[in-house]
Design a protein around this ligand. Structure first.
Ligand code: FAD
Length: 445
């Protein structure tokens, strides 16, 4: 019958592609339905400003086991950025300049104190709820815990800015446990965590990895197909596209971001716990902006107060005539990704003579298929929502970096979650037994 497969995967981001590959390699027929005209979701390698730029997810690290295994599997390397030479920080109403080590030294003590409980509270990063004491800590916010540190003004402002950067959002409601989870995944060492976030890029771009996984999946990919409705029962599920086309399968992986989950009408509805979590949402709602400036600058890093539209900048590509910077801010709606003059006004707070030639980026929070950047959670999410979001409902399995245990929010988390969904479906559909029956010799012993 037309439009019938063993499994439907909604969304061709890393979670969806990995789930499709795993299920495809088990011999199942997999149909991927993707709303956009491209794969890779919140990662997007695009020709902009004379180079190919990562508009979304970019950096990977060997501390991230799932993405590293994928790179190994497909023989894809990483690109290393040169060392930073200079640092600027705006704090206590003044501009400071120094070496990157001097900036790191200001953040070192506060971050060590702030993250010290990670080993005790989250001893197993991939089982973030293994210590029951984490539930109490999950009610605390990043802002409250920084208050407790009693820092001097410069360190206090930099700590708040650093965590607004990590959350790509405001830290008032930010879960302290989310910060601890990052530290735990980085071996409880904040410099490893920092290095993980913005040092090594995928050779050929994230697109190269996404394409390799898709090519290995045997799945049928249908682009430009936003799913509007999902009907499901104990035997299977039907996805209905916005144009009314129906796709039927025995199981379904839904990988849409948390902030877009309410864009699909589920019948029967998802559980109250899942709906509440989607309604509450998460805090990664910031901006990432690429900025091309005149002349070759030193490789610098710059931090400003968390209230600035762009509170973190690093020089990423140094050319003879220009330098390409990447900047982040905690509020996506405060940054116009086409406004070069606005970017220049902010950059001149660090480097008065800097001249912006061009800017580029993508407004993820305005994008109806994302509505968020990297998921960073509110206080209470870990203890109240994560397990419920991970719990399959009949034949419906949510997957995505929003729902990961380890490096949630990262490409690694998306892959982890896609693997888990595929394993759960394999068990649900008794695939091993089916393969065993089909080929008893292979399974003998
Ligand atoms: C600006 C930015 C910077 C980031 N930086 C990093 C980084 O440096 N390193 C890192 O590891 N991670 C980073 N991330 C996070 C990382 O990119 C994501 O966590 C990861 O790519 C998410 O993968 P996913 O499969 O869970 O979700 P997505 O990639 O969002 O995939 C979901 C897919 O579902 C599709 N979809 C949505 N709604 C529908 C619908 N109704 N019907 C059909 N399809 C639908 C979407 O189009 C999308 O393709 C960043 C993200 C952003 C936005």
């Amino acid at each position: 019958m037309q439009n019938t497969s063993d499994v439907i995967v909604i969304g061709a981001g890393f979670a969806g592609l990995v789930a499709a590959r795993e299920l495809g390699r088990k011999g199942l027929s997999v149909q991927i339905l993707e709303a956009r005209d491209r794969i890779a979701g919140r990662t997007w390698l695009e020709p902009r400003m004379g180079r190919t730029l990562e508009l979304g997810g970019t950096w990977v690290h060997w501390s991230q086991p799932h993405v590293w295994a994928e790179l190994t599997r497909y023989g894809i390397g990483v690109v290393t950025a040169p060392e930073f030479e200079k640092a600027y920080w705006h704090a206590d109403g003044r501009l400071h300049a120094g070496t990157p080590d001097e900036l790191m030294a200001i953040l070192d003590g506060p971050n060590r104190s702030f993250l010290a409980p990670s080993r005790q509270l989250i001893p197993l990063p991939y089982e973030p709820l293994s210590n029951p004491a984490v539930k109490e800590a999950d009610q605390l916010t990043v802002a409250e815990k920084i208050d407790e540190l009693g820092l001097d003004t410069v360190a206090d402002e930099l700590m708040r800015s650093f965590w607004a950067l990590n959350f790509n959002g405001r830290i008032q409601d930010a879960a302290y446990t989310q910060a601890l989870r990052w530290a735990a995944a980085a071996f409880h060492e904040w410099p490893v965590m920092f290095e993980t976030c913005a040092t090594y890029k995928v050779q050929g771009g994230t697109q190269a990895l996404a394409r390799a996984i898709l090519d290995d999946s045997g799945a049928t990919l249908t682009l430009n197909t936003p799913v509007a409705q999902v009907r499901h029962d104990e035997k299977g599920a039907v996805a209905v596209g916005r144009d009314g086309t129906e796709y039927t399968a025995r199981a379904m992986v839904v990988t849409v971001p948390l902030h877009t989950l309410d864009g699909i009408r589920f019948e029967p509805e998802l559980s109250a716990g899942k709906r509440e979590a989607a309604e509450r949402g998460q805090l990664g709602l910031g901006a990432k902006l690429w900025v091309k400036v005149k002349g070759r600058h030193e490789r610098f890093v710059a931090m400003g107060p968390q209230e600035w539209p762009l509170n973190f900048v690093q020089a990423e590509y140094l050319d003879a005539e220009s330098t390409t910077l990447v900047a982040f801010g905690p509020d996506g709606r405060a940054v116009d990704v086409e406004d070069a003059a606005a970017a220049q006004e902010i950059l001149r707070r660090w480097i008065p003579e800097i001249e912006v030639l061009e800017v580029s980026g993508h407004s993820w929070v305005e994008d109806e298929y994302a509505r968020e950047t990297w998921p960073m959670h509110r206080a209470g999410y870990l203890s109240e929502s994560l397990s419920e979001l991970q719990r399959p409902e009949g034949r419906i399995h949510l997957a995505g970096s929003d729902y990961a245990n380890g490096w949630g929010g990262f490409i690694d988390g998306a892959i982890e979650s896609g693997l888990t969904a595929a394993r759960n479906i394999t068990e649900q559909l008794h695939i091993r037994q089916r393969q065993q029956a089909a080929n008893p010799a292979r399974w003998a012993g």
